[in-house]
Design a protein around this ligand. Sequence first.
Ligand SMILES: Nc1ncnc2c1ncn2[C@@H]1O[C@H](COP(=O)(O)OP(=O)(O)O)[C@@H](O)[C@H]1O
Ligand SMILES: [Mg+2]
Length: 117
Amino acid sequence: MTPSTQPMRSRITGNLPPEVSSLVGRERDVLAVESLLENQRLVSLTGPGGVGKTRLALRTAREAAGSFPGGVWFIELATLRDGTHLARHVAEVLNSGNALNTLPIRLARCLGGARAS
Ligand SMILES: Nc1ncnc2c1ncn2[C@@H]1O[C@H](COP(=O)(O)OP(=O)(O)O)[C@@H](O)[C@H]1O
Ligand SMILES: [Mg+2]
């Protein structure tokens, strides 16, 4: 693989999964979500299952990664059946390390230095 064909993923801090197929369209949607992320801490994409929310979020995360030096992370919650495990699940994905600390502290260490919006 030549440098020019290496996936963008290798330059992004985080865990974004590689795009294994071409994204069709959505250019304006990606720009719109990127624009929202400049000023909002939380942006929700809503719509029927299969409409492309996750795909749009992942492409936007990839495009916007340069503005988030702390990294961009994909945390799949669809399989989470118990909300009380949310913090632990997020911490595990972020691989925050020190098990002696409480989850909130571990999360704060992971996220504290990251640009939020
Ligand atoms: N713009 C697109 N171009 C190509 N494939 C797409 C596009 N949007 C969605 N898909 C594909 O359609 C399927 C469902 O998309 P997904 O993002 O998982 O939907 P949702 O999160 O809304 O349920 C996935 O296989 C995804 O890769
Ligand atoms: Mg989805």
